[in-house]
Structure formats: structure tokens, C-alpha cells
Design a protein around this ligand. Sequence first.
Ligand SMILES: Cc1cc2nc3c(=O)[nH]c(=O)nc-3n(C[C@H](O)[C@H](O)[C@H](O)COP(=O)(O)O)c2cc1C
Length: 359
Amino acid sequence: MKRWLLSRRLLIQVAIIGKKGYAMDLTTKYMGLSLKNPLIASPSPLSHNLKHIKELANSGVAAIVIHSLFEEQLFEEEHNRASIIESYSDSFAESLSYFPEYSLAATGPTPYLNMIKAARAETDIPIIASLNGSTMGNWTLFSKEMEDSGASAIELNLYSPIMDLDITGNEIEQLHLDIFTSVKKAVSIPVAVKLSPMYTSFVNVAKKFDSLGADGIVILNRYIYPDIDLDTLEVTSTVHLSDKNEIRLPLALISSLRNYVKADIAATTGVESVDEVIKYLLVGANVVMTTSAILKKGLHYVNQIISDLNNWLESRGCGDLNEIRGTLSHSQHDDHNYYRSDYVAALQKANRNPYGWKN
Ligand SMILES: Cc1cc2nc3c(=O)[nH]c(=O)nc-3n(C[C@H](O)[C@H](O)[C@H](O)COP(=O)(O)O)c2cc1C
């Protein structure tokens, strides 16, 4: 609480000083990777082909996390491999080297690996591969092939909608930690973990990943909740693009975690403009990721955000990002009372209806 107030005062002082015309240094480090600015393109349809990846790189983002390779795809690959082996087994029983190359290339992860290779060759920014799954299995070892294809780092997405009433929170957490350990052991490049908010104690789980050597923690994975189509009476799963109101949960979690983990933190979800980028940096994010804003506004918008960030820093006389990063993060580990009093005060204020709601 004290630090929160002190930091705010510091920022106000900085705002008053202001140094016009000062060249801003937006460079930053993420998991040891040197970045020209803190804006990273998160996995999206924009990384499904090389042309778009090159356009993204030219737009000014400092790194690209390409779309995920899913555990299910790798399982399918293994399954197809097995069927092909079986169908060829009469004539080619003893050797896999007789396999028609094109069959495996078409079904398996080869196009993904080729994309990593091409993206590395054709761009000059880090290319981060994304591996996405939720069960223990050999698919995690695929991270090594991503590394061998030139990925600068791996982002492990642990998207796990658990509907089994007999699985406990501890079991889910241990499963996720084990999956992470398996990937981490397989590669020598940095590994980040993209987490969902669905853990009983998010900050505790994040700290455990940190203890296991996570190089980055990506906060938060955005859940895709099903809806119901009342015309067809079918359950539907549609991806909606985010808006700025969604930053509050990741903002609070990053703020709580920043001073207690060694891992770098990547903020993701809800960036609509430079305002959200600044807020995420203020609570301690090392980098900020974006997808929806680019999909809604176009690639030119990246440049706009970066230029707005530069101007904002300049207007407050800050020479580089370290002058603001984490200045509004919480430092009280057990600040339970602060959060409670903030919550109660917010409800009490809302009950007085300063917003003009219809009563
Ligand atoms: C169409 C679409 C495809 C996505 N594909 C992936 C993916 O393959 N892997 C992944 O980890 N996240 C994926 N995401 C999630 C984004 O990377 C990002 O985390 C999410 O959209 C929240 O960020 P935003 O608010 O900036 O959009 C996808 C999002 C969208 C909208």
C-alpha cells in the first residue's frame, strides 16, 4: 500500500519535470531475448503463413509468437504414422525409410517446422514457437524439433478445461507442472508458460512454475466459453476479439506477482491502445502482447502504439521503460487487508450510485 502511494507520487513528480525532445529507449529484454520495443504479436491467424509473418515483422512488433501447434495435431500425426506403417507393412515391413515423404509432410507438423525455419530466415526478430496441450505425453518432446528448426523460445500454452468432478485442483496443477518440466528438459532455449486464470491460487501456481525454471510467464490465456444459439439450440464456440475492459484481471495478477518471481512476465489480453500497454508496464510486465487490436485495426496500428508509447514516455521525461516498469506493482506479499478494503470501498461507493444507474 505504502509503495503504491510512493510510486504514484514519484510518477506525478516525473510528469511535472518532463523533458521534451529526449530520445526514448524502448529496448527491452524478454527471457534473454533482446527486443527493440516491448510489443510482441501473440499467436493469431496472422502467423499462419509466411507472407503475414513478414508483414507482422515489418509492422514494428519486436517478436512474434506464432500460432500454436496443438497436442491433438501431434497425436493425429502419431496415429497417421501408425496407420501408414500398417498399410505399408506387407511390402515394407522392416524399414520406415520407405515412407512416401509427402504423406507424412501433409499430415504432420512438418509445415509448422518449415514455417519456423522460413520465418527465421526471412525476418530479423525473434520467432517464438507455441506448443499447446493439456495431458502428459510424447507431444511435449516436439519442443526439441521446434528448437532445431530455429525457434528463439517456446511458449507452452496449458489450456485445460477440466470437467471431471473427481480431479482435484492439486492434480491439475501437478499435471501442468509436469508437462512444463518435460518441455523444459527437452530444450535449451527459453520456455515461457501461458497460464489461464482457472487455478485456485493463480499466484501460487505461477510461483511454482517460476521455481521450476520458467523463463517467462504469460498472463493470461483467454478462455473461449461456449454459448448457446437459441435458433438452432446448439452449443457454439466462437472466438470474440477482446476489449480493454478485459485487462483488469491480468493487471491485478501481474501486479501481485511481479516482485515475487524471477521469470519475465508477458502481459496478454485486452490491449486496445497504448493506455493498456502503459498500464501493464506500470504493474511490472516485461513485454506486452497483442492480437485483437491488430486484427481489428490493421498492422499499421502497431506503429501507432509504439509511437504513442514513445510520446507518453517523453511527456513524462522518462528516458527508458525501466523508469516506469513495475512502479505500480504490489510489494506487500500478504496484503489481504488492502485488497479487502479496496473491494469494500468500491462496493460502498457503487451503492451510492455516482454513475446515474436506474434504481
Ligand atoms: C483468431 C485467434 C486465434 C488464436 N490462436 C491462438 C493460438 O493458436 N495459440 C494461442 O496460444 N493463442 C491463440 N490466440 C489467443 C491470442 O494469442 C491472445 O492470447 C488472445 O487473443 C488475447 O489477446 P488480445 O486481447 O490481444 O487479443 C488466438 C486468438 C485469436 C483471436
